[in-house]
Design a protein around this ligand. Structure first.
Ligand code: SF4
Length: 137
């Protein structure tokens, strides 16, 4: 995938990525994500995990991945400042950075691709690294 000219992306606020598409959509949380979200919601970490999270194969994620994210309201994220890394780094995820996934899973699904801010290759690679770190933590 050629990133040398950069990629434009700006969220168009459709809420597409926060609502169920009739399939499972896991919102994974790193340890830092969970702490940050708990703080934004105003609950302790233990309570946040009990109320909002579950574990699958040892990975922490928001509950009910088969339903709309419970933090989306009128296509807006209610925990925007504390939203998980995977929400913040979309669409520059390691698994998206190949021509096939980009066109099948990203471009055709997300109306923000090709609009707004031009991300340089350097910026994109930094975001991809950030997401990869979150996936490992
Ligand atoms: S946490 Fe916010 S940005 Fe992430 S899926 Fe839920 S509503 Fe969307």
């Amino acid at each position: 995938m050629d990133l040398s000219k950069g990629i434009r992306f700006e969220c168009q606020g459709t809420g597409n990525c926060c609502t169920s598409r009739g399939e499972y959509g896991y919102v994974y949380l790193s340890a830092d994500d969970a702490k940050r979200m708990a703080k934004v919601i105003g609950v302790g970490l233990r309570e946040f995990k009990r109320e909002y999270c579950e574990l699958t194969d040892g990975n922490l994620h928001l509950k009910n991945p088969d339903q709309d994210c419970r933090f989306v309201k009128d296509a807006r994220c209610m925990v925007y400042e504390g939203r998980p890394t995977q929400c913040r780094t979309w669409p520059f995820w390691p698994e998206n950075m190949n021509a096939k996934s980009w066109s099948k899973d990203v471009k055709s699904f997300c109306p923000g691709v090709g609009k707004g801010k031009l991300y340089s290759e350097k910026e994109i690679r930094a975001i991809v690294r950030e997401q990869a770190r979150a996936e490992r933590s």
